[in-house]
Design a protein around this ligand. Structure first.
Ligand code: NI
Length: 142
């Protein structure tokens, strides 16, 4: 029996009710951001094609690192951040994003609290090739 033969309203509203990450329901970024306050600790808010959509709050200077196998997208939702590279700095304002190619050393820096969305393969570790007290190997889904 096909799952769509059950409740048609359930099937219409939510293709995978057992997994909120595969829900058809919309995601409100402000609502998700209101659910946590700690800095440099990304939360997973969506998943597609082996990639994660994550939200994080950042302030201060992160660790220099790179990701051996993953390209990483940073999108600023609120505030401003600098994405530092060894030879240049990219300043991201609200509504702007930058993709850091795999292998490229980078260091996010935010003078004031900044809220960002990350889009990257599920295998991506926040501190990449280094381990620090900010490393989070397992991230919560909210
Ligand atoms: Ni990174």
């Amino acid at each position: 029996m096909d799952e769509r033969s059950g409740s048609s309203s359930a099937a219409m509203s939510d293709a995978h009710p057992e997994d909120p990450m595969k829900s058809l329901s919309k995601v409100n970024l402000a609502d998700k951001l209101s659910q946590f306050d700690d800095l440099w600790h990304p939360r997973i808010v969506g998943e597609l094609n082996g990639q994660h959509v994550k939200l994080a709050k950042i302030q201060g200077t992160f660790d220099w690192h790179h990701h051996e196998n993953e390209d990483e997208l940073f999108l600023v939702i609120k505030g401003r951040m600098n994405l530092e590279f060894r030879d240049r700095v990219e300043t991201l304002e609200e509504g702007e994003f930058c993709i850091v190619p795999r292998g490229v050393e980078h260091r996010p820096v935010a003078e004031e609290e900044c809220h960002i969305l990350l889009f990257e393969p599920a295998s991506t570790r926040n501190t990449g090739n280094i381990t620090s007290d900010r490393t989070h190997d397992v991230l919560d889904r909210i």
